[in-house]
Design a protein around this ligand. Structure first.
Ligand code: ADP
Ligand code: SF4
Length: 689
């Protein structure tokens, strides 16, 4: 296959100051959860993207000084020379594939409350970042920076820039975005100073300008300097001199950096879930930047379509196609476009499990790409796998887990048969991808089925419910049972455990809705699962015209959806749809007319009218077939995976199934490797924090 000529524009080299990027594919800085404590894991994660064709590959946030400490959230550091080695490993690995390496030098200001280093957080005017989620909240209020603090900050940036050059980075960032310190200087909401750094826009810009100059001077112009800037709030601010303050800022700084990396201001809008935002959602905010500067511009938008990417360049919106999530889901996206194999792209589904990993403080995990974060630890490559399989594998269940197991086993060279009870493949996603906003999630199935259908060693059997006798008769060398899970209509006890099963008229679970159950309103959705299912069902039933009350034991709707940036949008969606929200309550009974509720802490009882109750709580694996086979097929040949083994998010099912298929037939699958930080002699002597 050859490259589609309409995509040629994406492969043009672009100059970034003193450096030349080989193409327009730019992996922007993004959190990976990989710190200096995991230098090999990090290097391999980033290098895999360089191998996959990205012309620029950047780090995530890299703190310039201990007064920018984001713990317990993971971040990298360039605090002293001892940090250089860990980064050099990544730079070398990225350079080996002909890509440029960028580092997002970062000071969090009031948003980094220094839980470990215990420095007073720094800020222009003592205005805290008022986080409303407990993981981010802190009673620590920031210090107002004096002139000496500002001088220090500029020096820390320059020192970190020098170290970055030694490590091998080509592009050094000044980061004025997402509520971090230079951004706080840009906005009067944070910056109420009356000195040369506050007041007029010119003054508010001064710090950013000085940071850019200091970064350039520190490496004598040998490295490119990028400005990463959030433009949502600035664009909304009127200006006397331009269309908005954002226009004024970019025009003023037009020749200062070698590249503009433009983005939104808040994680939930910057890294918006596909459930609420389409591909290219940043364009209305960042589309003007190129009209104000000749410097190259990179921006993101969860781009997975090469046609959209080429159009962004042709229409003059962006020079570089920036990507965080699409590069995680498919590190080989550029290589596939180059090879004219766009249909092979493992498209990001916009579920934001990757972001949840950062919130969890762990290495990045991806629903679509089970190898993300496992490149070094397990030696998993997203595209290559040893072709060492011999014999036949029968996979039972054609959901995410079954299809992932089948694809991985088939790539290893096994002959694979997949039996699915339903008329269509897709498992839980047959229903879930039809819920409001979740259609992009079906890419999990499309990608896998698309490949399986083209493989000669694969046979797909829809509408084939297998029982134990069928399986035994089939006589495969390996049997993988991926039969999924079912929701339970269980209540939730005072001690926060799944309680008694609730039976009665019009008590439903998501599986009933999936099967087309009639729903009589008014409906109550009781959600103690707290991820997307409860809120998505509430939305779906509301869209059908039912009056819906959403009840949850948590303090907010879709409480775990905070981790995936869904939660704020769920609340907006409920308000738009008129879905009533009741928090911190549990259902204690339902007679088909009245729903009994108890406040989770006080126990105070109340009741509301409802004709139908949907309980979204606990799931149990469907392991009946597996257990019936256990006596008939040896343990070495019988495998239980996905939701049937341990119900979870789709990401969990895919990962389990991938690992299961990787291990098929191996006497001893390779043990994961354990990374460790570089600890130079003398570090313990105390020059640091
Ligand atoms: P997972 O997320 O683990 O893949 P799903 O629930 O999405 O789980 O998919 C499980 C699939 O297994 C469903 O599509 C279901 O129809 C199918 N299935 C369950 N039992 C059988 C069976 N006995 N034979 C064939 N397919 C089955
Ligand atoms: Fe995309 Fe989801 Fe993977 Fe993140 S976890 S990269 S949003 S598919």
């Amino acid at each position: 296959m050859t490259r589609d000529p309409s995509h040629d524009v994406l492969f043009e080299p672009v100059r970034i100051g003193p450096k030349l990027a080989k193409n327009r594919f730019y992996q922007v800085p993004h959190a990976s959860g990989m710190t200096n404590a995991n230098p090999r894991v990090r290097a391999a994660f980033r290098a895999t993207k360089a191998e996959g064709g990205w012309g620029v590959v950047c780090t995530g946030a890299c703190s310039v000084h201990p007064s920018s400490d984001d713990s317990p959230f993971p971040f990298a550091t360039l605090w002293d020379d001892a940090d250089i080695h860990a980064h050099a490993l990544m730079c070398d690995a990225v350079h080996d594939h002909g890509a440029l390496a960028g580092v997002e030098l970062w000071h969090g200001g009031a948003a980094a409350v220094n839980r470990t280093t215990r420095h007073a957080p720094l800020s222009p005017s003592g205005i805290p970042w008022m986080a409303t989620h407990v993981g981010f909240m802190s009673p620590a209020r920031p210090k107002i920076m004096d002139a000496g603090d500002i001088r220090d900050l500029i020096r820390w940036q320059a020192d970190a820039a020098r170290r970055a050059e030694v490590a091998g980075f080509d592009i050094l960032y000044v980061y004025a975005g997402m509520g971090y310190l230079p951004y706080q200087f840009l906005l009067p909401d944070y910056n109420r100073r009356t000195d040369a750094y506050g007041g007029s826009l010119r003054n508010r810009l001064r710090l950013v300008e000085e940071l850019i100059d200091a970064t350039r001077e520190a490496t004598h112009g040998r490295c490119a300097v990028a400005l990463r800037i959030s433009l949502e709030e600035l664009r909304a601010r009127p200006s006397d001199n331009a269309e908005s303050e954002a226009h004024e800022v970019i025009t003023f700084l037009r020749d200062a950096p070698d590249l503009f990396d433009v983005k939104m201001d808040y994680s939930a809008s910057d890294c918006a879930p596909s459930r609420f935002s389409p591909e290219g959602s940043h364009e209305p905010v960042v589309d003007f930047v190129k009209s104000c500067t000749d410097r190259p511009v990179v921006g993101v938008g969860r781009f997975t379509s090469p046609d959209t990417m080429a159009s962004m360049v042709r229409r003059g919106v962006l020079d570089f196609i920036g990507a965080a999530r699409p590069s995680i889901a498919d590190p080989f996206l550029p290589a596939k476009i180059e090879a004219g194999a766009s249909e092979d792209i493992r498209e990001c589904i916009g579920c934001n499990m990757c972001i949840s990993s950062w919130h969890d403080g762990v290495w990045v995990r991806c629903t679509q790409n089970p190898t993300a974060g496992e490149e070094w630890r397990r030696g998993w490559h997203p595209e290559r796998i040893a072709r060492d399989g011999a014999g036949e594998v029968l996979v039972i269940g054609g959901g995410p887990a079954g299809l992932e197991a089948a694809l991985t086993a088939a790539r290893r060279g096994f002959r694979v048969a997949v039996a699915e009870a339903g008329a269509d493949f897709g498992g839980r996603l047959r229903f879930e991808s039809r819920l409001p906003g979740l259609s992009a999630w079906h890419r999990v199935i499309d990608y896998r089925l698309g490949h399986l259908r083209r493989m000669e060693n694969v046979a797909l059997y829809p509408a084939s419910r297998l029982g134990p006798d069928d399986v035994a008769e089939f006589g495969a060398d390996h049997v993988i049972v991926a039969t999924g899970a079912r929701w339970n209509p269980t209540l939730f006890t005072e001690s926060e455990l799944p309680g008694a099963l609730l039976s009665g008229p019009r008590v439903l679970i998501p599986d009933d809705i999936a099967a087309g159950a009639q729903v009589e309103g008014p409906v109550a959705v009781f959600d103690y699962d707290c991820y997307y299912m409860g809120s998505a069902i509430a939305e779906a039933l509301s869209d059908r015209g039912c009056a819906v009350t959403y009840v949850t034991t948590a303090g907010a709707a879709a409480a775990w959806g905070f981790m995936t940036n869904e939660q704020p949008q769920v609340h907006r969606s409920f308000a738009r749809r008129g879905i009533a929200l009741r928090t911190l309550e549990r259902v204690t009974g339902f007679d088909g007319e009245w729903l009994e509720l108890a406040q989770v802490f006080s126990g105070q009882e109340t009741r509301i009218a409802a004709r139908t109750l949907v309980i979204v709580g606990q799931r149990t694996g469907e392991r009946g077939l597996h257990d019936a086979l256990a006596g008939r097929i040896g343990a070495a040949r019988l495998h239980l995976t996905g939701d049937a083994a341990a119900p979870g998010a789709i990401a969990h099912a895919i990962y389990q199934a991938h690992a299961c298929a990787r291990a098929l037939g191996l006497d001893a699958p390779p043990a994961p490797r354990r990374d460790a930080p570089f600890v130079p002699a003398g570090l313990a002597s105390g020059a640091g924090w």
